[in-house]
Write a protein that binds this ligand. Structure first.
Ligand SMILES: *Cc1c(COP(=O)(O)O)cnc(C)c1O
Length: 384
């Protein structure tokens, strides 16, 4: 028997979440962002369900190759562009569209003997100060690209740092929108600005520029919302945005103990019982990708009922408080289903949002989903 921990990828939920993006940005095309192996779900596993997207966006060239190997003939965008000059050969061969965020990438293009001209997404640093040309350098970069025979079409791109909230007491995107408008207003080309938080919170905000009228613009780049998580939790929940969880991480109880007042649990004895209580031992640990820094009190479902972890997460096990189940008369013991996050596979409708677990562990859903380990068994759920 393999260990009972399984990550079940929910295909109807992926399709549902993609449709939500279409509803929120009806005039834009949608990139399904599948970097980091589709946020830990597996590119090959999610591909058919996301095929209705207009394109796929990745960071790693090997992921672009995997999409072409699945016979995806549509657009693929490299969000960070190429990492060295010879990557451009793969871009030509596989018809990859790529971001251009620095002059070195333009130098490489200028020296590249291409099979056919490339479509590029010129990236503006509108204030996040990660990748992209400064507003003062943007037009010169555009003019350089425009003069290259290696370049066919130039699109315009930027990325928001605070679309999930506010910045210095102001709307989190306004200052970057202003910078984007100023740098691009009269330039031709398609535009893309929004990530998930931008789509959910700002898709309809006005945008000035050729051929666009709102922030959804020509393309949106949706990642985390496709995977059923609210980018702005706890301000909003995934259910509040009508998103459905796409990964259900479940396991089982493999041991139980009865504690007396004063008994402790696990490494470092960080949890000490103040009453007689029953605890369960769950087959899931940090080597499965469960966050080790999740302390006592992290939410968990056992037999569909909500309870909490107690003590430290170890490599292969976590301990869980069974007293709420005992108090409620819910029977649970060895073999009972445990939901680490997502929906119970035995009690439909019992859901523990990954956002709640991430929040309790002081991190974000992105990190938890991307970190699910190789040793976890993966399954796929299509129609119930
Ligand atoms: C990862 C990424 C996205 C998707 O972000 P989400 O918050 O997951 O929607 C969009 N654009 C760029 C440039 C990215 O790197």
């Amino acid at each position: 028997m393999p260990r009972p921990i399984v990550a079940t990828v929910d295909l109807p939920a992926l399709r549902h979440n993609l449709e939500q993006a279409r509803l929120r940005a009806p005039d834009a095309r949608v990139w399904a962002v599948v970097k980091a192996n589709a946020y830990g779900h597996g590119i090959e596993r999610v591909f058919e369900s996301l095929r209705a997207a207009d394109g796929f966006a990745v960071v790693d060239l090997a992921e672009a190759e995997r999409l072409r190997a699945l016979d995806w003939r549509g657009p693929i965008l490299l969000l960070e562009g190429v990492f060295e000059a010879r990557d451009l050969e793969l871009c030509s061969r596989l018809h990859l569209w790529h971001a251009v965020h620095c002059n070195e990438q333009i130098d490489w293009l200028a020296a590249h003997k291409t099979l056919h001209p490339h479509r590029v997404f010129l990236k503006l640093n509108s204030g996040m100060n990660r990748l992209g040309f400064a507003p003062t350098a943007f037009r010169a970069a555009w003019a350089r690209l425009n003069a290259l025979p290696q370049v066919d079409e130039i699109s315009l791109m930027t990325h928001f740092s605070d679309a999930d909230g506010e910045r210095f007491g102001q709307n989190g995107v306004a200052h970057q929108v202003k910078a984007f408008e100023a740098a691009t207003a009269d330039l031709p080309g398609e535009r893309t600005l929004c990530n998930s938080a931008g789509i959910l919170r700002h898709a309809g905000d006005p945008l000035q520029g050729l051929g666009v009228n709102n922030l959804a613009a020509d393309w949106v780049r949706e990642g985390i919302a496709l995977y059923g998580s609210a980018p702005d939790y706890p301000g909003h929940t995934a259910a509040g945005w009508d998103l459905r969880p796409t990964m259900h991480l479940t396991s089982r109880i493999i041991g139980e103990q009865r504690l007396q007042p004063g008994d402790s649990v696990g490494y470092g004895s960080t949890f000490v019982a103040d009453k007689s209580m029953r605890i369960g031992v769950v087959a899931c640990g940090y080597a499965d990708g469960y966050p080790r820094h999740a302390g006592t009190g992290t939410p968990m479902l056992v037999a569909g009922q909500r309870t909490r972890t107690v003590g430290r997460v170890s490599m292969d096990m976590i301990t869980v408080d069974l007293s709420p189940l005992d108090d409620a008369g819910v029977s649970a013991g060895i073999g009972s289903e445990v939901v680490l996050w997502g929906e119970s596979q035995e009690k439909p409708g019992a859901v523990l949002p990954v956002d709640e677990v991430a929040f309790a562990a002081g991190t974000i859903s992105y990190e938890l989903l991307c970190a699910v380990a190789q040793r976890v068994g993966f399954g796929v759920k299509d129609r119930a």
